[in-house]
Design a protein around this ligand. Structure first.
Ligand SMILES: NC(=O)c1ccc[n+]([C@@H]2O[C@H](COP(=O)([O-])OP(=O)(O)OC[C@H]3O[C@@H](n4cnc5c(N)ncnc54)[C@H](O)[C@@H]3O)[C@@H](O)[C@H]2O)c1
Length: 331
């Protein structure tokens, strides 16, 4: 198979590329290296060393030539986006504009290709504001209402643009008869996720022996999903006809944990103990997040299998320089 991954130099995109290379597929990565985390680091270089991987530097906010960039493809995974909570507040207009434009330009380009399958990467942020209005059920399934209460909230720069992305891709798919699915990721973590994520930040600060250890929103919960599980689930959605024209939640519902308990787990794994002190909630985020992944299981037979302990172990090994993101010699 030949697959294209937009945002392919980023965190999830690079792991998805690695997964497909292991399956014997040809992979094209499209990226403009918006973030320093998306830069060509040692891990990405090891992936690019594979003859099965091709990288194209393209700013997708500008219309691009479909015929030369998108040859006979089997699957397009659309992961390119400006992502990262602090950016939602710092550059809200750029976040919304970029995420909309790159999706519109991709869909315009797809009209000139023979691609058979499109998977759009969306997020749990599209329903985050259902909590304050009392509409959030945990675990959360795909029928949950998408809620954005006020246009003055900069946080919605990301969620609204991702929801429009869902709408644009699904309506484009129905109209053009291109099989299209939306996957909503829920707290994916792993090597190359960037140093602003709560897990990488905890590892770094605990590794530096911060004492006492400060935690923001310690009573909030998240269900963390290791990236190898997330990319396997994504590829299965792409290959499953009954996922056409559907939204599917991807995450690890078995691993919901309080943020303060997560800090304790990382301390246990790094062999360091100190007092945890609560600092209050840092940003307007949901108090609890856990996906209902039964639709994913019913349609694809997939259930996340990497436990939080196992995932943290990989993550710590990578972050402390004892492991590579993609096992050497296997790409
Ligand atoms: N990581 C998560 O837990 C999570 C959760 C929910 C949704 N998502 C979604 O999954 C996708 C991948 O997320 P990620 O964590 O790998 O993010 P990421 O930031 O690591 O990857 C996104 C990539 O898109 C690229 N990009 C941005 N603007 C571009 C442009 N104009 N042209 C071309 N490329 C551009 C960036 O350079 C980056 O490499 C995103 O669409 C994100 O919204 C991720």
């Amino acid at each position: 198979m030949k697959v294209l991954i937009t945002g392919g130099a980023g965190f999830i995109g690079s792991h998805l590329a690695f997964y497909h290379v292991q399956q014997g597929d040809q992979v094209i990565l499209l990226d403009n290296f918006f973030k320093s985390e998306g830069a060509i680091d040692e891990d990405l270089n090891s992936l690019l060393a594979s003859p099965a991987v091709q990288l194209m530097k393209v700013d997708m906010t500008l219309p691009f030539a479909a015929s030369s960039l998108l040859p006979d493809l089997d699957i397009v995974y659309h992961l390119a986006a400006i992502n990262g909570t602090s950016l939602f507040y710092e550059i809200p207009y750029q976040v919304a504009r970029t995420n909309l434009l790159l999706t519109l330009n991709l869909l315009d380009a797809l009209g000139k290709t023979t691609v058979r399958r499109l998977v759009y990467a969306s997020t749990s942020e599209v329903y985050a504001d259902s909590e304050p209005v009392g509409l959030l059920q945990i675990p959360t399934n795909e029928k949950t209402p998408v809620v954005f209460t006020q246009p003055t909230n900069d946080r919605f720069s990301y969620g609204t643009s991702k929801f429009m992305g869902e709408f644009l891709c699904l309506s484009y798919g129905r109209q053009s008869k291109l099989s299209t699915s939306v996957v909503r990721y829920h707290n994916v973590y792993g090597p190359r996720m960037g140093n602003k994520h709560v897990i990488s930040e905890f590892i770094q600060r605990i590794h530096q022996r911060e004492t006492p250890f400060k935690v923001y929103g310690g009573d909030e919960t998240r269900a963390f999903c290791y990236v190898s599980d997330a990319v396997k689930a994504t590829a299965l959605v792409a290959l499953t006809p009954s996922c056409n024209n559907e939204v599917v939640h991807i995450g690890n519902s078995a691993e919901e944990i309080r943020i303060a308990d997560l800090a304790q787990r990382v301390m246990d794994q790094l062999g360091f103990q100190t007092t945890i002190i609560e600092q209050g909630r840092r940003s307007a985020s949901v108090s609890r997040r856990c996906p209902d992944t039964s639709k994913l299981f019913q349609r694809t037979g997939f259930k996340a299998s990497v436990s939080l302990n196992e995932g943290l172990e990989h993550m710590i090994a990578w972050q402390t320089g004892r492991a590579t993101a993609f096992p050497k010699g296997s790409a």
